[in-house]
Design a protein around this ligand. Structure first.
Ligand code: 5AD
Ligand code: SF4
Length: 451
């Protein structure tokens, strides 16, 4: 690899989950500290970071096609007197397939795992000297301590509070790519949240692969769970909304459920994946809960917050899934009446137990089941939105709409709402929900709340 001039501009492309979006922002902050600036829209960057996702095969394969495209664009740029970009691969594909990437893609200078990206600046120095650098260590807490202060601006911000997973669902790569469960300390999180609010955040979404497994000691040295952390963050002036994602049914504590009935800033929304409605499949997935225990939890949330919007993740076509198992999944969708859902075809991931299980399902069966599931989910989503018509709520304005005077934001139930009127990004606007579609609602403005 040839030495190159230090990069002056960067672009971070994040794929996959919200944790990757958060990590991408933090990498950008590291680069900004070094005076490297975001490449202007439409221009090639000197440094491109592909912040990858390994959760399903399609997501993981994307990295190689992206590298191919960057090399081609770099060649064209060189022909016009420009430069080849430095390419860094970050995220979960880097963690899982770092060596393979280095072997398969000579154009890649840096491979950095999700727990090692605080060392990106040193790796960049090496890359500029023409030396390729790989770091896939997993010293999770060290990363957060080594990162610069938050610079994020914007009304809605992510805050990683917990990382990693000890659950080992048999289909999932996360325990291998993100490592063991760790919780960031309470005081660090309160401080980071305060910084985000000072920088303009009105809403903070707490992130973790098992966010409700977060555990720490509060400022008085008492053991506290996610409910306690949320209660503390709710004290921050200027912070209007708190959300969290993703939860695991087995880590749900009473105090977090209770917080939904007591903390007005905690939004009435819960993402609680169940994956399947069949106990047989849940067992093979090593989920360690049943459909019934999951439904009981949902009931407990509805008891304290009857309007709570529920969302979930589903996998169809897990090895051995029969038509009857799949019908159990449709049944649980009907019982919960989800406001939104994510559903996926099972994707065998190398190194996970399910990848070598008997009874792998044919692609056309998976296609057909996914279609039926999505139809059912879509019907409930539309019904949830229609039932919201007539309600008055606040919308946190996130961006302008397609036409002048139009604004787009989120309701407390995480629905996309658009409205016309006087507003600015970051405003909390009171609207009455007037019309509902499957993916968005129209609001009529009542008043703009003072910031
Ligand atoms: N195949 C398909 N979907 C998967 N998920 C995780 N691993 C796989 C896999 N191997 C889904 C689960 C999880 C979401 C983030 O991705 O539904 O909750
Ligand atoms: Fe993957 Fe299961 Fe852990 Fe979620 S709980 S990250 S699905 S292993």
């Amino acid at each position: 690899m040839k030495p190159s001039a230090p990069p002056q501009t960067y672009r971070v492309k994040s794929f996959g989950c919200q944790m990757n979006v958060y990590d991408g922002e933090r990498m950008a902050e590291l680069l900004a500290e070094r005076g490297i600036t975001p490449a202007p829209e439409g221009e090639e960057a000197d440094l491109v970071i592909l912040n990858t996702c390994h959760i399903r095969e399609k997501a993981a394969e994307k990295v190689y096609s992206d590298i191919g495209r960057l090399v081609l664009a770099g060649k064209q740029a060189e022909a016009n007197g420009g430069r080849q970009p430095l390419i860094a691969v970050a995220g979960c594909v880097a963690q899982a397939e770092g060596e393979e990437i280095m072997a398969r893609a000579p154009a890649v200078s840096i491979v950095v795992g999700p727990q090692a990206y605080h060392r990106l600046p040193e790796m960049l120095d090496k890359a500029v000297q023409g030396k390729r650098a790989t770091d896939t260590d997993m010293p999770a807490i060290a990363k957060f301590d080594a990162l610069p202060a938050r610079r994020k601006r914007g009304p809605s911000a992510f805050l990683t509070v917990q990382e990693g997973c000890d659950k080992f669902c048999t289909y999932c790569v996360v325990p291998y790519t993100r490592g063991a469960e760790i919780s960031r300390p309470f005081s660090h999180l309160v401080a980071e949240a305060q910084k985000l609010v000072e920088a303009g955040a009105k809403e903070i979404t707490l992130l973790g692969q098992n966010v409700n497994a977060w555990s720490g000691e509060d400022d008085k040295g008492r053991r506290t769970g996610l409910g306690g952390l949320i209660r503390a963050l709710a004290q921050i002036d200027g912070l209007a909304r708190i959300r969290y994602t993703t939860s695991h049914p087995n880590d749900m504590e009473e105090d977090l459920i209770a917080a939904h009935g007591e903390i007005a800033k905690l939004m009435p929304y819960l993402h609680l994946p169940v994956q399947s409605g069949s106990d047989r499949v849940l067992k093979a997935m090593n989920r360690q809960h049943t459909a019934q225990s999951y439904l009981k939890l949902i009931e407990a949330f509805r008891a304290v917050r009857p309007d709570i919007a529920l969302s979930g993740d589903f996998i169809v076509g897990f090895p051995g899934e029969t038509e009857a198992d799949f019908e159990d999944t449709l049944r649980i969708v009907d019982e919960v009446r989800y406001a939104a859902c994510f559903s996926f075809k099972y994707s065998p991931r190398p190194g996970t137990p399910a990848a070598t299980m008997d009874g792998q399902i044919a692609p056309e069966v998976m296609d057909e089941r996914l279609q039926r599931l999505q139809q059912r989910i879509g019907a409930h989503q539309l019904a949830f939105n229609q039932a919201s018509v007539g309600k008055t709520c606040t919308v946190l304005v996130e961006r302008t709409g397609r036409h002048p005077g139009q604004w787009l934001g989120k309701s407390p139930w995480l629905q996309s709402v658009w409205f016309e009127g006087q507003a600015a990004i970051g405003d909390l606007v009171e609207v009455t929900l007037a019309e509902a579609g499957p993916n968005s609602l129209k609001g009529l403005v009542r008043e703009v709340l003072p910031a």
